[in-house]
Design a binder for this molecule. Sequence first.
Ligand SMILES: Cc1ncc(COP(=O)(O)O)c(C=O)c1O
Length: 425
Amino acid sequence: MKLSQFGQQLGSDAGIVDLMEDLGHALNVDPDLLFLGGGNPAQIPEFETIVADQLAAIIEQPERLHKLIGTYQSPRGSEDFIDGFVEYVNETLGWGIHKGQVMLTNGSQSAFFILLNMLTGKPADEVSEAPVARVVFPMMPEYLGYADQFISPDAMRGVMPKLERIGEHRFKYHIDFDSLSLSARDAAVCVSRPSNPTGNVISSEELSRLTECAHDLSIPVIIDCAYGHPFPGIFYADDDMPYDARNIYVMSCSKLGLPGARTGIVVGPEAIIDKMVKVNTVASLANGNLGPAIVQSLMQRDMLSNVCREVLLPFYRRKRDLAIASVDRALAGLPYRMHVSEGAFFVWLWIEGLPISSSALYQRMKKKGVLIMDGAHFFFGVDEHPADAMLARHRKECIRLTFCQSDDVIIKAIDILGDELRSLF
Ligand SMILES: Cc1ncc(COP(=O)(O)O)c(C=O)c1O
């Protein structure tokens, strides 16, 4: 079969495909695997009961049921949901957005596919020699789901972070503004907040400095809010989210506990939203109705912020504390450091001087029945041979663990990791 460059490139092996295959295998085929891999949210029975109640209420009313299963929505996405969403965001975050700045997609992953490719590649209105426009990820490591989405080669650039060691066993990344140096080629800056994979939350000061650097070149900052605002709000410390009408905010219903509903939300300048709506309609025709129907029902009943604050956040905080305590116990005496955990569902571990690569460690753990994430996948678009030898090694010394599984699985898997590392050292 003869494939186009698009088919060849996007149909090749990719980090995100491996990750989702591991996830699918562990969650659907082989439940005995101890799964600390992908980014599936936890199963929280209290949340699922609340969702079931909303669905039961919809099923009882033929008009609402028909809207859920029997209608295509308008191109922008469910009008009712968007009205409710605008009100919710303006009330809870004080943003002051309006309907024309919002659109829905089938999951935020596809919002990124559209957005990243609309902004990068050969500029539409320039001569053929113009360099391809690219997106800058200002603080590696970043969500590996962005890495394989670019249709145009050479359309992304990752910037290595500054690394702060904290105490004996913690550390934190910061944006290295000296290395950032944006140029006329750059079409946007993109950052996840809270960060997948590290659980870092860049401070409001860093965010506004980043925004100023981007706006000097009249380009937007894309802020991936999948784990943050307006929901599910998984912040363990600083949780403010200043709004700037020039930036683009990509949100998701997945990490609330609805990854199966495939609902993403984009808030941005109308000019870009209008274009995205057209691309999304060409590619998908219309968005799914399930996510908007459930979340709208929670907003209408004034339940959404309570669910986030009273059900989800305490649940993840407890899991996070358990995972951190388990690592500190199982890896005691080893040269490890955990990234300070400020949000999201992950522990990001740096094992300094790891005698094998993080990818070899992933393979060894898999043989022991434990799935972890090889951290090297999250350092993309960076210089293959960075001048800083410590950072070059660092990229192969990190792993990501999710704490969304049962307490038993978390403790058992981390104990096995501790044994494995002990034998390696
Ligand atoms: C940071 C981040 N952004 C976006 C996504 C995509 O999520 P979805 O397509 O389910 O909205 C994920 C999924 O894991 C993620 O971790």
